[in-house]
Design a binder for this molecule. Structure first.
Ligand SMILES: [Zn+2]
Length: 185
């Protein structure tokens, strides 16, 4: 468990070592929490207020894992939202820099994050809805939000990405449930 000021020192260290040419005026800061994400969300980067937010539960994480999260969020500050090619290239570069500074485990966590996004299967929506139907036939008690979280884990996406890419989850869930309930009545 680390304190607010320890978190701030970690942020300063990452900025100085990994992103020495970013935020030269030192206007960015870091905070525990204070962001409107879904419950499992680890962090976010708000360009308007120039604040990196990390979830309070990350205070319990090993330092290297938290540093990797800070690097992830700063990469968003540098290249913008999304986890496409440009973002992943910046992450790889940050991992190399971390390695050069002897932050071996931090670099390892960053690369694991990159690989997770690279390996996210490019699944089309119809396949995802089929999968959701299969899950519901097995477990008709599943709620739409449990399904959303399961898709987050299955595809390595954020909750928001799941909602944007597969907007019909709620509808599919309700359809399968009503079918199932009618059949068993
Ligand atoms: Zn991200």
């Amino acid at each position: 468990m680390i304190s607010k000021s320890q978190l701030e020192s970690e942020f300063l260290l990452v900025r100085e070592k990994i992103f020495p040419r970013w935020d030269k005026d030192k206007v960015w800061s870091i905070l525990f929490g204070n962001f409107t994400g879904s419950p499992g969300e680890e962090g976010c980067c708000v360009t308007e207020s120039k604040v990196v937010h990390v979830a309070p539960f990350t205070a319990e994480w090993p330092r290297e894992k938290r540093q990797a999260l800070i690097i992830h969020e700063i990469c968003h500050a540098v290249v913008g939202p999304g986890h496409a090619k440009k973002f992943l290239e910046r992450m790889r570069k940050a991992a190399e820099t971390a390695e050069r500074h002897g932050l071996h485990n931090t670099a390892k966590h960053v690369l694991e994050d990159v690989v997770m996004y690279e390996q996210t299967p490019k699944t089309n929506a119809a396949e995802v809805y089929d999968l959701v139907q299969d899950w519901l036939i097995e477990r008709p008690d599943l709620t739409a939000s449990q399904i959303e979280n399961a898709l987050v884990r299955t595809y390595g996406l954020t909750n928001e990405q799941v909602r944007v890419r597969y907007p019909r989850i709620l509808q599919v869930t309700e359809d399968v449930k009503s079918l199932y309930l009618n059949k068993n009545r």
